[in-house]
Design a protein around this ligand. Structure first.
Ligand code: ZN
Length: 359
């Protein structure tokens, strides 16, 4: 199989293309967006100064909380809390959106983190999310959209209710590879397209999905009321160092990546089916290679050990939760979100590319 000459993305990955030197479009995009930042200590210092200005402006507002952080129990959100509270002295409010798939391991770690940092923390759980996961699986062959949108909406609702000027997130196009947007769209327009004509109208209007918070947060930003900060966009982000820091400082150990979600393996299985056998691992290793944190040989060796794409051990538990049989799941897994991407969802995806700097 042909792979990118620089990272490890394979030729059968949706949307991938290679230039004359055999380098993929994702690598070229990364180079344009992050090449000079990675190579220049001065540029990194400037972006940190920008971040300090954003934090200082939030502090000057004098609200009860300066920043809202959604804790998943994983490294990135925990490190956001560490930086905001310990390094930059922000008053932080934390919360967790439980989609119904939150693992016990994640719950225990969240409790440990909240206790260690002594921060206020709330759980948000909209009962519709799990039910809609089943609807989206049946219709689009992907069940992540309701949870993704609920995670965004719950942050927006909390920030609004508690009047918090910053929402701080631990992901960035420099540290995270995302699956192709055509396989995992979750913007409000797509969401409504999928549910059109289904008997959910009234319940949606009394739920976390009642309003278009993506547009509302865009307006809040324009009006200077609130902004979303992607923390790794401004700072060095090294997962190994983060893990060490938490273990040494507070004895907190992080498990496998995405161990917070018990449906993660199932989603990965579905993506691999649609991406010629590759998915999160290729994306993750490729991002690490581009950022100079892994060499290509090591990534190739690790990938060689990944077996074929067989249904994950947790599939039956997952199906029990969403009320689906294996036969129904297998049939649904052949479907894709594309039929629901007509019209507005495309505009959202174009906007997202601009805002998040993603290829
Ligand atoms: Zn590449």
């Amino acid at each position: 199989m042909k792979r990118c000459a620089r990272c490890v993305m394979p030729e059968n990955y949706p949307g991938i293309s290679f230039d004359a030197k055999g380098v993929c479009n994702l690598c070229r995009y990364f180079e344009t967006r992050w090449g000079s930042w990675l190579a220049s200590a001065e540029e990194q210092a400037r972006s940190e100064a920008r971040l300090r200005r954003i934090f200082d402006a939030a502090k000057r507002k004098g609200k009860p909380y300066d920043a809202l952080i959604g804790l998943s129990g994983g490294k990135d959100s925990s490190y956001c809390l560490y930086l905001c509270q310990k390094v930059y002295g922000l008053k932080v409010l934390t919360f967790t959106n439980n989609n119904g798939f939150l693992s016990n391991e994640a719950k225990a770690r969240i409790e440990q983190i909240v206790e260690t940092f002594g921060v206020p923390h709330l759980y948000y759980q909209d009962p519709l999310v799990l039910e809609l996961a089943s609807v989206f699986m049946r219709e689009t062959g992907n069940f992540c959209a309701p949870c993704e949108l609920a995670t965004f909406n719950s942050a927006a609702v909390m920030a609004r209710e508690y009047d918090v000027p910053l929402i701080v997130l631990g992901n960035s196009s420099r540290t995270d590879g995302s699956v192709p947007k055509i396989l995992n769209p979750w913007n409000p327009a797509y969401f409504m397209n999928v549910l059109e004509g289904k008997p959910y109208r009234e319940r949606l209007s009394c739920s976390l999905f009642a309003r278009n918070y993506l547009v509302r947060e865009g307006l809040a930003r324009v009006l200077g009321r609130r902004r979303i900060v992607l923390l790794p966009d401004y700072l060095e982000w090294d997962e190994e160092k983060i893990a060490k820091l938490f273990e040494q400082d507070s004895g907190i150990r992080f498990g496998e990546e995405h161990a917070d979600c018990i449906a993660y393996e199932v989603s990965d299985y579905l993506y691999r089916k649609k991406c010629g056998g590759s998915s999160h691992k290729e994306l993750k290793y490729s991002i690490l290679i581009r950022a100079g944190k892994m060499n290509r040989e090591e990534a190739l060796q690790r990938l060689a050990k990944v077996g074929g794409n067989s249904p994950p051990p947790g599939l039956d538990h997952f199906l029990q939760l969403i009320g689906m049989t294996r036969q129904e799941f297998n049939a649904a897994s052949e479907r894709s979100p594309t039929a629901y991407l007509k019209g507005l969802p495309k505009l959202y995806n174009a906007l997202r590319r601009r805002v998040r700097h993603q290829a």
